[in-house]
Write a new protein. Sequence first.
Length: 64
Amino acid sequence: MIIINVKDGESIDRALKRYKRKHRNIGVIKELRRRKQFSKPSVERRNERLKARYRLEKEAEIGM
């Protein structure tokens, strides 16, 4: 749960802006999407390897 303390004299718009920034930085939505569906550890490791390979190939293209 995200708690934002509204300071004395602070407008609601400003407090809402701080809330949204904190919400985005914590990554609540990303975590919810990740937890939505379980994937086996072996599948996660494979996906990490594929992402790393893709990243390396992109960097190699740019370096040419």
